[in-house]
Design a protein around this ligand. Sequence first.
Ligand code: SAH
Length: 221
Amino acid sequence: MMKTFDQQRDIMIREHLQGRGISDQSVLKAMREVPREEFVSALYVESSYGDHPLPIAEGQTISQPYIVAYMTEALELSPTARVLEIGTGSGYATAVLSRIVKTVYSVERLSGLAQSARQRLDTFGYANIVIHEGDGTLGWPEHAPYDAIVVTAGAPDVPHPLLEQLAIGGRLIVPVGKSCEVQELVRVRRVSEHDYRTEYLCGVRFVPLIGAAGWSGKGPH
Ligand code: SAH
C-alpha cells in the first residue's frame, strides 16, 4: 500500500536527515511539522519526500530536504532570532525557518512566486513570516540587523549588503561559485563591527542568484 505523507515524512527525517548527520532537534521538529507535499506542484506531489530538489514554477526549484536541513542547522538558530531569507521560491524553507525562530523576512525576485508563497503560507496560518518582492542581493535594510541570513540561490561572490545587515555574532549562509552551475556553501560569521570569519561547508548546486550584487540575468539564465 502507498505510504501516507506522514509516514513518508517520518522516513525523510530518519533516513535522509538524521541518517546523514542532522541532529539539531529544533530543525528535525520543524521539518516534521511542515507538509512538504503542499509546496510542490501537483505533478510532483508523489515525489515530495524524495531526497532531491524538484521543479517549481518559473524554472526555479524547491531545494532537497537534506540541504534545507543542513543550511538551517548551520544557521545556529534560537527561538528569539530574526532571520532574513533570500529566495523564497516555494516558501518551503521559509516555513521551516518560521517554526524555529521569532520572525522570518523573506525576499523573492519573481512576483508570481512571491505571491503564491505568501498565499500558501497564509493558509497554514504561519503568521511570523513577511515576504517582500525585490532584489534580495541588496538585503532588506529596513529590518536589519539580522541574527541569521540565508541565501537559497547561487551567488558569484558573497553579496556585500548582506554582510552589512548581519548583527554582530550573526551568521550568513550563502552558496558561492564562479560558474552559475555549482557552488560551495559558505558560512560567514560577523565577529565584530569590522571582522568576519568565513568557513567553507560543502559543495552544492543552486539556481543562480540574479541581481545587483549577484549574476546579471543576461545570457543563458
Ligand atoms: N528555498 C526555496 C529555493 C527556491 S530556488 C525553496 O526551497 O523553494 C531560489 C529562488 O531564489 C528562486 O525562487 C529565485 O527566483 C530566487 N532568486 C534569485 N535571485 C534572487 C534575488 N536577487 N532576490 C531574491 N530572490 C532571488
